[in-house]
Each structure stands twice: as structure tokens, then as C-alpha cells.
Ligand binder design. Structure first.
Ligand code: ADP
Ligand code: MG
Length: 288
């Protein structure tokens, strides 16, 4: 079970779009994928057409110990793609959990509980059941307890960055948190920096991408997600990009990303060999 946290404390960089469409693309390649919405704004859940106003069991109930992750899981319209939705209730969790023992590792323990479970596949062969191959966690735009839970539960971090000026601002803070969480979760590593909202027409996008590559080297995905209006429209239809506009640039880019993610799994050494820049390296050279 590969566990990926999609993180950037900046909003609007493409975290949710990436979680939905990478997850869908992996599921369409035959993988069983579970998406976790840990943002109280619930954009991921809405994008996947979940009725967030009528949820008996959601991420909030999981985190406060009122239900198991398995009980809060829902199938989506994409075969093999599941979601644990959230809603505004989750905004209370951070405060409620402040004094809970082991509060940083609640999500990790919840995930351990489903590692070996077999999930019935909706729309599959009769009685088809599969174990989960990928868990992808869509984080809120902050570095609070919810994000720390994701970092303790994951082994890989994907950081979407918008290829605009200030792309790397705040990055040293994020890398610092990741470094600190490694005390609780030693295997955690940044395995993919994903350029998002890439505007092929502007010089700035190309320059910023060059700068990102200079720092993060081969950790930056070859795939870049172009700015594509279809990606912005799909959420309001409650559809993935593959359902909403399968011939769009957005579909093409997220399909390419899924292929790259699968290829990297077979070539683990590449991610381990290249060191992530330290927080000070980034802050001294980028946040000038
Ligand atoms: P985050 O989760 O980081 O806050 P989102 O994935 O919600 O970011 O993206 C922010 C907004 O930009 C959303 O309205 C989304 O539909 C839109 N968007 C995301 N990626 C793209 C893209 N590649 N091209 C066009 N619009 C995009
Ligand atoms: Mg989001």
C-alpha cells in the first residue's frame, strides 16, 4: 500500500485537483485507490460528488474515534476509486484533539487497520474484492495537526507548486515540518514536486520551472500540469477530468502523471538517491 500525502500550505496550487485526477487515473489503470479528504473545506469530497451535508460517517468521526476508516469509505463513480469524505465538522477536530494522547498518529493507526482488508469493488466482477494499492491524502492549506497526521501516515510527500513568482516561498517552512515529523515517521520523504497551473505561453512559467528543477533536481516530475480550463470546470460537475473532458490537456497531463508515478514505483532508487534540499538551502537561496 503506497501512501502519499499531497501537501502545500498555500491554497490554490492544485492539491485537490491532483488528488482527484491522479487517483482516478491510477484507478483506471487497474489500481485500487483510496483518497482521504482531510480538509474541512471538503473540496475533494464535493469534486467527487459526495453529499457532504448528509454524512453519518466522515473523516471527523474517524479522527475522534467514533468510527473506523473502513466505515467512512465510499465508492465513487470511477471503478476502483474510493473516498473518505470530510465536511465542515472537521474544522473542530484540530481543537478537540489538542490534548489527545498520540494525536499525531491517529490517521496512521486508522490506515494500519485497512492495510490487509479486501474491499468489494463496485462495478467489478461479481464478488470482486481487492486490497488497496494507493492511499492519497488531500491536505488543507495549513501546517496544523491535520497536516501533521497526514505526514505521520504517509511515506511519500507530493508537493504541487504553481509555476508563478513566489512558487517556492514558504517551502523552507514546509521542508522543516517534514524534517521534524521524520522523528515520528522515519521513512517519510519528498518524492515528487509537481509543477501545476503551468502556462506554456509565458516566459515566467518556464523560468520558475527551471528554478524549481535547480533545487529539487530529479524529484521534480517530468510531467507538468498545464493550465487548462477543463480542470477548473470539472469540480462543479462532480466529475473527474476523465469523465468531464477525456480529450482535454488536463486528461492528458494527469494520465501522464499516473504513468510516471507507476514507473517511479519500480525505480525506487531514483527517489532515494537524490537528497531533498535542506530547509536552510531553500530559504537562503530562494526566499531572498
Ligand atoms: P488546492 O487544493 O491546492 O487549494 P485546487 O486543486 O483546488 O488547489 O485548485 C485551485 C483552483 O484552481 C480550483 O478552482 C481548480 O479547479 C483550479 N485548477 C487547479 N489546477 C488547474 C489547472 N491545471 N488548470 C486550470 N485550473 C486549475
Ligand atoms: Mg484543496
Amino acid at each position: 500500500m503506497r501512501r502519499i500525502a499531497v501537501i502545500n500550505q498555500k491554497g490554490g496550487v492544485g492539491k485537490t485537483t491532483t488528488t482527484v485526477n491522479l487517483g482516478a487515473a491510477l484507478a483506471m489503470r487497474g489500481k485500487t485507490v483510496l483518497l482521504l479528504d482531510i480538509d474541512p473545506q471538503a473540496n475533494l469530497s464535493v469534486h467527487l460528488n459526495v453529499d457532504i451535508f448528509h454524512l453519518d460517517m466522515s473523516m471527523y468521526q474517524v479522527l475522534i474515534g467514533h468510527c473506523m476508516l473502513r466505515q467512512a469509505m465510499q465508492p465513487t463513480s470511477t471503478k476502483g476509486l474510493f473516498v473518505v469524505p470530510s465536511n465542515i465538522d472537521l474544522s473542530g477536530a484540530e481543537l478537540e484533539l489538542v490534548s489527545a494522547v498520540g494525536r499525531e498518529t491517529i490517521l496512521r493507526e486508522a490506515l494500519d487497520g485497512i492495510r490487509d482488508q479486501e474491499i468489494p469493488i463496485v462495478g467489478g466482477e461479481p464478488d470482486e474484492r481487492r486490497k488497496i494499492d494507493f492511499v492519497i491524502i488531500d491536505c488543507p492549506p495549513s501546517l496544523g495537526l491535520l497536516t501533521v497526521n497526514a505526514l505521520c501516515a504517509a511515506e511519500e510527500v507530493f508537493i504541487p507548486v504553481q509555476t508563478q513568482f513566489f512558487a517556492l516561498q514558504g517551502m523552507s517552512k514546509l521542508l522543516d515540518i517534514i524534517k521534524r515529523v521524520r522523528r515520528l515517521n522515519t521513512g517519510l520523504h519528498v518524492s515528487g514536486i509537481l509543477p501545476c497551473l503551468f502556462d506554456t505561453r509565458t516566459r515566467l512559467s518556464h523560468d520558475v520551472l527551471a528554478e524549481i528543477r535547480e533545487f529539487f533536481k530529479e524529484r521534480v516530475f517530468e510531467t507538468k500540469i498545464r493550465d487548462n480550463v477543463r480542470l477548473a470546470e470539472a469540480p462543479s460537475h462532480g466529475q473527474t477530468i476523465f469523465e468531464y473532458s477525456k480529450d482535454s490537456a488536463g486528461s492528458e497531463d494527469y494520465a501522464a502523471l499516473a504513468d510516471e508515478v507507476l514507473a517511479r514505483a519500480e525505480d525506487d532508487r531514483r527517489t532515494d538517491d537524490s537528497p531533498t534540499p535542506t530547509p536552510t538551502e531553500v530559504s537562503s537561496r530562494v526566499e531572498r
